[in-house]
Design a protein around this ligand. Structure first.
Ligand code: NDP
Ligand code: 7N6
Length: 308
């Protein structure tokens, strides 16, 4: 595969300005072209969105600026010989900070204070509402870039951390690693259950009414993975019945979260607009992966971060 024209799909503008990313690749060998729709004429495409017209545009390689590539049709790409790479490896610090930020907000009641501030109300929490993360526990499901970023930060705050992944080998900052078969037990023992797995047929609905019922009544669910990893209707039920204490949600079954969702109005829910990974260095982090893969292709090496 050789890349003489690299397309940058306008959809990257969801995360950073197209022009800033194009300038970051100004020193790359291929000519860089901003693509508005049909990428025909490009050998490779950097994109946020997936569009069906990418399939028959003659591309050799598509790079997703997201780690999660669940919306791409792996089989169709493989059939046409189109390589797909993703952007895993770049979100550990920022998503780690967001997930731990949500835990800190719940423990220190910052979300409640902020709501009170908007109403101009000076109201202290009940004596036993606020607690310290130092004596709390987290169950982090998925221990890749995100999970490790979350686990190391939770551990640094003194939390006891259990991790869940299919290959349950030891991980820094994680006190014990369990296989998915132990998910029920792991979520049942945690003050915070944090989801950091890719969305695929194995993980869709991984947190259902059963897992929510297994959680402690004073526990919080944090989802920075993908909405469909959680059965959202069951989550709303669990919140309404008091089966769990609250939820910090960056991702949803439908995005943007519809205006009539009951999640918007709940004081025990923190909603963020799929923004846990946003940061001012995002374009440069993606550019570094793309540059490395251009170098590899020129050297006849295999791509890094290849999914298909
Ligand atoms: P990684 O590939 O680095 O990590 C995935 C982890 O999930 C691995 O530890 C893997 O371990 C584990 N895993 C996979 N399948 C299962 C399973 N069935 N049960 C338990 N563990 C499993 O990905 P990232 O950490 O970079 O990203 C993870 C996901 O988070 C992305 O796919 C994306 O959907 C989402 N994301 C969201 C962001 C946001 O802004 N909210 C930002 C970045 C990512 P093993 O293979 O051993 O099971
Ligand atoms: C853009 C979101 C991913 O999978 O969804 C995230 O990488 C990124 C900030």
């Amino acid at each position: 595969m050789s890349v003489s024209t690299l397309g940058v799909h306008e959809s990257v503008g969801e995360v950073f300005p197209v022009s800033v990313f194009r300038d970051a690749l100004a020193d790359a060998d291929p000519s860089v072209r901003v693509v508005d729709g049909d990428p025909s004429g490009c050998d490779a495409l950097v994109t946020f969105a997936y569009e069906e017209q990418f399939l028959d545009a003659g591309l050799d390689w598509i790079h997703s600026i997201q780690a999660g590539v669940d919306r791409f049709p792996f089989d169709d790409l493989a059939d046409r010989g189109v390589a797909l790479t993703n952007s895993t490896g770049i979100h550990g610090d920022v998503v780690g900070e967001t997930a731990v930020g949500m835990m800190l907000a719940f423990a220190r009641r910052l979300h409640v204070h902020r709501s009170n501030q908007e109403r101009g109300e000076w109201r202290k929490p009940a004596w036993d509402d606020a607690f310290s993360l130092r004596r709390e526990s987290a169950c982090v499901v998925g221990l890749g870039t995100l999970g490790r970023g979350i686990a190391t930060r939770a551990s640094a705050l003194g939390m006891d951390v259990t991790g869940v992944k299919r290959t349950p080998t030891p991980v820094d900052g994680v006190d014990r690693v369990r296989p998915p078969e132990d998910l029920h037990e792991a979520v049942a023992n945690a003050g915070f259950v944090v989801l950091a797995v890719p969305l695929n047929p194995d993980t869709e609905g991984m947190i259902s009414a059963t897992e929510l019922a297994a959680m402690r009544e004073d526990a919080y669910l944090i989802n920075v993975a993908r909405g469909p990893v959680v059965d959202q209707a069951a989550l709303v039920d669990a919140l309404e019945s008091g089966a769990i204490a609250g939820a910090g949600l960056d991702v949803f079954e439908t995005e943007p979260l519809p205006a009539d969702s009951p999640l918007w109005d709940r004081e025990d829910v923190i909603v963020t607009p799929h923004a846990a990974g946003m940061n001012d260095e995002y374009y440069e982090r993606v550019a570094t992966i793309v540059r490395e893969n251009l170098r590899r292709l020129a050297a006849g090496e295999s791509l890094t971060n290849q999914v298909v």
